[in-house]
Design a protein around this ligand. Structure first.
Ligand code: MSP
Length: 644
């Protein structure tokens, strides 16, 4: 094994398996993949861990709703995860599932260890619980008697439920000072730093002991000596980061000692507290080293709202894959979704970036230089004896950018690194145009311009490989470089020292990036215009006859012999349950609809379709690229809320 200095261990959060992965899951995973690939380019030995979080109340309830046993339910999603990671070139080394026997055993060993060290005690929990977040909202509630006064979850805003049960507690409170010292001594423990301040004020406000077992939930890892207690899902899940590499298994001790501590742990801002407070405290309790860095990213938003299954605005990455291909989507997510903040995702913007950043700025440069050289029957391009002034300036520009790019890539600020790389791509384009190589008659001078452009493309290919590996390998092949990563070979260091002395062999390839041709923009505006001409106004009294009501889709079934219809059972709160038939099957899978709060026309004349009665109509809007969007309230509201 290599020395530890040269290893890089990176993790993603493990995903709740209540549905197929969406763009948010892909984003977390992609950031880890880019970090892993970047370290491969640097000659590190890397280990990249991802997986699924399969226990707990949330998953158990979702399984029950789907009429499946929890194990059968979670099993049904795993292929979709693995397929998506494969489709998007996610190069993970190990996929952990918290239902794996080895993980369960290791968690039990961890509990035993904490029991022995006196970090766990048995008591009674009364308070509130948020199932969607799997969080104890108030640890020891003063509202214990007022069971009806359930507060909203401070994180997701949904109503919590009252819980009173025997529980094991972890002595989190005794770690308060050590945690504060950790943050103080390691200001880079959390990236971006602003997130660290939020954590510090949370810890300073006082830590209560943490309930780490449930007796009212059975879908979890049982305590060995007290099996009516199952491990609280976060205590189970967080430990995946150590159990996957051999914690608790004496045979794998060496392996564990090699990889731990993690060098980078990627997570979304919604789960910072679990990773920056509970997780380090758990590690302190079993005397393990702290992870080196938590890379905390913001949310992908769609229509200014967090993209999430419960808001009904999730984007399926497989749909993007079919239209745009995996690597342009990887690039767009890495460059235009800033790690440091929430970012709005839009397909119109994605298309624009494919056309400008990828096809125009990068693909075209490669295409032009190769075509031009071939026109003059030049295939092998050697370095000139001496570089000219413009070429030296271009190289200097590159070296300056390289320094900034390396710092940002190391820190996980990939969007910023890509911004600076594109400044260099812009500079290389300007250089190429300014030299007007198509007008140069002197072959040596012409070759010099081609060589400088190829050196630029070579550097770009190496730096962009972590983001678009296949495209960059193709780019490099086109200039005669076979891309190879080897342990201990730091290709970035080579770029830094490279005096531009490479020979290139140019071969023509099909366009590296295809421009996206949007559909002719007739539909929306023209239809709107036509409709406007035929519009008649309605009075407020007429409008008030229409009941637009919020309901949650609780069941969704196919209708025999219909390839369009779904039969929905909708909970309208105080208005009761209703059956609604809707021709939306082409656009959604049942799991995209179940549990969604959406808007319905409630008092539409009932009508029969395929022999079944429909008592209402679900409201939708046509989106881009033949998609359909459900109309949802801006956030959770009680079922049966009428729109006014
Ligand atoms: N199971 C826990 C994590 C346990 S880790 C020991 C969990 N799972 S999750 O599936 O709900 O979320 C996993 C990750 O996906 C989080 O980092 C979350 O921030 C990320 N995303 C979910 N929706 C997202 C967006 N809309 N945008 C970006 N990432 C978001 O939490």
């Amino acid at each position: 094994m290599l020395n530890k200095e040269n290893k890089f261990y990176v993790t993603t959060p493990i995903y709740y398996v209540t549905a197929r992965p969406h763009l948010g899951s892909l984003y977390s995973t992609l950031l880890a993949d880019i970090a892993a690939r970047w370290h491969k380019v640097r000659g590190c030995k890397t280990f990249f861990l991802t997986g699924t979080d399969e226990h707990g109340q949330k998953v158990a309830e979702a399984a029950a709703k789907a009429g499946k046993l929890p194990q059968e339910f979670v099993d049904s999603f795993i292929d979709a995860y693995k397929q998506m990671w494969h489709d998007f070139g996610i190069s993970y080394d190990y996929f952990i599932r918290t239902t794996d026997e080895s993980h369960k055993k290791a968690v039990q060993a961890w509990i035993k260890r904490l029991q022995e060290s006196g970090d766990i005690y048995k008591s009674f929990y009364t308070g509130f619980y948020c199932t969607p977040c799997e969080t104890f909202v108030t640890e020891k509630s003063e509202l214990a008697e007022e069971k009806s006064a359930a507060p909203s979850c401070t994180s997701c805003g949904r109503l919590t439920s009252y819980v009173a049960e025997e529980s094991y507690f972890f002595k989190l409170s005794i770690y308060q000072d050590r945690l504060l010292k950790l943050y103080q001594e390691n200001p880079d423990f959390i990236t971006p730093r602003e997130r660290l301040n939020e954590v510090i004020s949370f810890v300073k406000s006082g830590l209560k002991d943490l309930s780490i077992s449930r007796t009212s939930v059975t879908w979890g890892i049982p305590f060995v000596d007290d099996s009516k207690h199952v491990t609280y899902v976060w205590a189970d899940a967080l430990n995946n980061y150590i159990t996957a590499i051999g914690y608790g298994n004496s045979v794998r001790e060496q392996e564990f000692n090699f990889w731990w501590p993690a060098d980078m742990q990627v997570l979304g801002k919604d789960i910072v507290r679990f990773h920056a407070v509970y997780w380090p405290a758990f590690l302190m309790a079993c005397e393990l080293e702290m992870p080196k860095r938590l890379l905390v990213h913001g949310w992908i938003k769609v229509n200014e709202q967090k993209m999430s299954k419960s808001f009904g605005n999730v984007i399926d990455p497989e749909a993007l894959l079919k239209i745009y291909g995996a690597e342009p989507v990887r690039y767009y997510l890495a460059r235009h979704m800033a790690v440091t903040q929430d970012s709005e995702f839009s397909t119109a913007d994605l298309e624009m970036r494919i056309n400008t950043d990828l096809a125009n700025d990068l693909g075209n440069l490669l295409n032009r230089v190769v075509t031009l050289a071939h026109k003059r029957e030049l295939y092998e391009i050697k370095t000139p004896q001496n570089w000219g002034v413009a070429e030296l300036a271009l190289r200097d520009f590159f070296w300056n950018m390289l320094e900034l790019i390396v710092t940002d890539m190391e820190d996980g600020y990939f969007h910023r690194a890509l911004g600076n790389l594109w400044r260099f791509i812009g500079e290389a384009n300007s250089y190429f145009h300014a030299q007007e190589p198509w007008k140069i008659s002197d072959t040596a001078r012409f070759e010099e311009v081609v060589s400088a452009t190829c050196h630029s493309l070579y550097s770009i290919g190496i730096l962009l490989w972590p983001v678009m590996p296949q495209k960059m390998e193709t780019l490099l092949t086109s200039i005669g470089v076979s891309f190879e990563i080897k342990p201990d070979l730091d290709l970035i260091e080579e770029l830094n020292e490279n005096p531009w002395n490479k020979t290139f062999m140019l071969s023509k390839i099909p366009n590296l990036f295809e421009k996206y041709q949007p559909e002719p923009a007739t539909s929306v505006t023209e239809t709107a215009k036509k409709e406007e001409q035929q519009l008649t106004n309605v009075s407020i009294d007429e409008f008030s006859k229409i009941y637009l009501v919020v309901g949650t889709i609780e069941q969704c079934e196919e209708v025999a012999k219909s390839d369009k219809l779904y039969k929905l059972q909708v909970n309208f709160g105080s208005y009761g349950m209703r059956q609604v038939l809707s021709g939306i099957k082409k656009y959604f899978k049942p799991e995209d609809l179940i549990d969604k709060q959406v808007l319905f026309v409630y008092n539409l004349e009932p009508r029969k379709m395929m022999g079944l009665e429909s008592q209402g109509m679900v409201l939708t809007a046509q989106g881009e690229s033949d998609t359909l969007k459900l109309i949802t309230p801006g956030g959770p509201v009680p079922n049966g809320t009428r729109l006014k």
